[in-house]
Design a protein around this ligand. Structure first.
Ligand code: PGA
Length: 273
């Protein structure tokens, strides 16, 4: 089995560097107690102000091989003047490997359109980071499939099959994200239905992975290359349900990733699956 991926999306937390260090030190200690056998990889996505410090901490003995640095956003362009943005080349210098794109808080609270997300996704690929592309419906209404279809088409617009295959896609229904009122996690079953629907759209609209297959037959969903994560109210009580699914390669954890005890519990449970 491939290693599962756990992405810690710290959002605009924690309040102090000391707390951030506490999470990393606690995680490092736990990884040390696991010995050689680690069934997961970690990606820490701190707010920009802590990226450099986290990069330094990731050189700690046990984190060094299991944990990677991610950013929560990227400027759509590399060189032009863009107040408030952080460019790809700047992130590269800090050792960033992954970048979250299209998080629902940026789409719905800041107002980032699909077209801006698409430009940022191109920036991530151009700078050779691994994109973690968030896709998810705002509400589970009758037409949510249509909504997802349009979001997928617009977000990945203009990308080649090869480029899409380099993406990690995080299915994060907005209503399931812990900071939204009435949030509760999706069920693995229903998340998988949405994931399969996203795959179908990508296969149909972007010829993935048919562009590479030897025959003209429609590719099987099981051969689909981009990997999928689930995100939305993941915690130590429900993480096993998602991790057990072979078509869910990991989780994107928000709130629970800045509580060091809860975060390490998530790792402990994943290590036992
Ligand atoms: P949550 O956030 O785990 O707090 O629901 C997930 C996310 O927004 O990425």
């Amino acid at each position: 089995m491939d290693k599962k991926i756990i992405v810690a999306n710290w959002k605009n937390h924690p309040d102090t560097l000391a707390e951030a260090e506490g999470i990393l030190e606690f995680t490092n200690e736990y990884l040390g107690s696991l010995g050689e056998k680690k069934e997961f990889s970690l990606v820490f996505c701190p707010p920009f102000v802590f990226v450099e410090d986290v990069a330094r901490y990731l050189k700690m003995s046990h984190l060094e091989h299991e944990a990677f640095l991610g950013a929560q956003d990227i400027a759509p362009e590399d060189k032009s003047a863009l107040t408030g943005e952080v460019s790809g080349p700047m992130l590269a210098k800090l050792g960033v490997r992954y970048v979250i794109i299209g998080h629902s808080e940026r789409r719905w609270k800041i107002g980032e359109s699909d077209s801006v997300v698409n430009q940022k996704l191109k920036s991530v690929l151009r700078n050779e980071f691994i994109p973690i592309v968030c896709i998810g419906e705002k509400t589970r209404e009758d037409n949510f499939k249509k909504f997802l279809e349009a979001q997928v088409q617009n977000t990945f617009s203009g990308l080649t099959a090869d480029e899409i295959e380099r993406c990690i896609i995080a299915y994060e229904p907005v209503w399931a994200i812990s900071t939204n009122s009435g949030a509760h996690p999706d069920t693995p079953q229903s998340a998988l239905e949405s994931i399969n629907m996203i795959k179908e759209v990508l296969i149909d609209k972007f010829q993935i992975p048919s562009s590479k297959s030897q025959t003209n037959s429609k590719p099987q969903l099981s051969n689909f290359k981009p990997i999928f994560l689930y995100g939305g109210s993941v915690n130590s009580k429900n993480v096993a349900d998602f991790m057990k699914e072979k078509d869910i390669s990991g989780v994107l954890v928000g709130g629970a990733s800045v509580d060091k005890n809860e975060f390490v519990k998530i790792l402990e449970i994943t290590a036992k699956i």
